[in-house]
Design a protein around this ligand. Structure first.
Ligand SMILES: Cc1ncc(COP(=O)(O)O)c(C=O)c1O
Length: 384
């Protein structure tokens, strides 16, 4: 091993540009959220911090519509929240029904496979969701299934899944299968009623409509999901062991699990406070308005949207790149000339799209106008 410095090291501080993050996430954060990260660092073992944890958990529960069960955040990004639900609640060899109409639904299916579970994969083309009737039919065919997985807001396509109807129907069937829901792009942007809809496990991220920095995954479990933790012979990776995490978050005196990244926790805490001060319904209405506004703007300019209108999300619009236009080049111009980030298609099977997010502090008509004005500059004839 050489002790010399790598060739390109400058030893100067990194100075990132100021961008409007109008893609699929992260979204911009409120200055108060950044300020929160300057609060004095206390340790994860400081009783002052433990006293705050139940409040943070309650705020996460409020965003999930959870009163009966437990909520907390994992010190990992949304992908780990996705995996944690599977490794805590599904044993290898058990059956899982997983619905997908996009990149993240496909990722859940891949994780189910890697868990060594028996995957019942239900798939539809990008732009739609698997109809609940098909999921319920699969459940009748596979009464042994221990879990049904859906993505509430599929960020790769802009499609919403009707989770409420699914949860109610599963309850009406008296199904024992747990309902597992990806709420990464849903949380903070649209209603989630975990108790009322019968959601057993849900995970999210910090960086989209919650509008905190990335890297945390708020999760929530129903009482019946908690009861299934720690089953005999269930191999759970230590870092994701929710039963162990409950000993830190809920039990007092607490038991150390890992050193929590407290500055990130402060930021999440502040972002959740801001959301609750605004009022969740007001926040959902704001997202609905901004989404409808920017989508109307794109349609007026001749662009098509990928999602079927019956299941179009407000907070994420997948705008079809017209034939003959280089979508990536447009994305590059928006970034380099206007400091605006929008996303492109995700994964090798994605159709040519731009993904435009109206999330968190960015969910307003002024931001939408800024994005549309930049599109007008780079594509003066719209889609034509
Ligand atoms: C629907 C959905 N699920 C899961 C993830 C993964 O989250 P993360 O990138 O925070 O790991 C994302 C990220 O964009 C997402 O949009």
């Amino acid at each position: 091993m050489s002790a010399t410095a790598p060739e390109h090291t400058t030893f100067e501080s990194y100075n990132p540009p100021t961008r409007l993050l109008a893609g699929p996430g992260p979204s911009n954060v409120d200055p108060r959220v950044l300020e929160a990260m300057k609060k004095p660092l206390v340790s994860h073992l400081d009783p002052h911090f433990w006293d705050r944890l139940p409040i943070l958990a309650d705020m996460i529960s409020a965003f999930y519509g959870r009163q009966d069960g437990v909520s907390m955040t994992l010190s990992m990004s949304g992908t780990s929240g996705m995996e944690a639900g599977l490794v805590n609640l599904v044993a290898p060899g058990e059956t899982v029904i997983a619905a997908s109409g996009g990149f993240f639904g496909n990722r859940i299916q891949e994780m189910v496979r890697r868990r060594g579970a028996n995957l019942v994969a239900l798939n539809v083309p990008f732009g739609r969701h698997v109809p609940n009737e098909e999921i319920l039919a699969a459940l009748e065919q596979h009464p042994e299934a221990v879990m049904v997985c859906v993505v509430h807001a599929e960020t790769s396509t802009g499609v919403a899944h009707p989770v409420q109807e699914l949860g109610e129907a599963m309850r009406a069937l008296g199904s024992d299968a747990l309902l597992y829901v990806d709420c990464v792009t849903a949380i903070g942007a649209m209603p989630i009623e975990a108790d009322a809809w019968g959601i057993d496990y849900a995970y999210a991220c910090s960086q989209k409509a919650i509008a905190a920095p990335p890297g945390l995954s708020p999760i929530t479990l129903s009482t019946r999901a908690i009861e299934r933790l720690g089953r005999d012979g269930m191999p759970v990776p230590y870092s994701m062991d929710i039963a162990e995490l409950i000993k830190y978050w809920v039990d007092r005196p607490m038991t150390y699990h890992h050193t929590t990244p407290n500055l990130g926790y402060y930021a999440l805490d502040e972002a959740l406070c801001l959301g609750l001060q605004e009022g969740l319904q007001t926040r959902f209405d704001r997202h609905a308005d901004a989404g409808a506004y920017i989508q109307a703007g794109f349609r007026e300019r001749g662009f098509d949207l990928l999602a079927d209108p019956s299941c179009q999300l407000a907070q994420l619009s997948a705008v079809c790149v017209p034939e003959g236009i280089d979508g990536k080049a447009i994305q590059g111009r928006l970034l380099n000339e206007f400091n605006i980030e929008v996303g492109g298609g995700l994964g090798p099977t994605a159709p040519p799209i731009w993904r435009v997010g109206m999330m968190g502090v960015n969910a307003n008509r002024e931001t939408a106008d800024r994005v549309l004005a930049a599109f007008d500059q780079v594509l003066p004839n719209g889609a034509h």
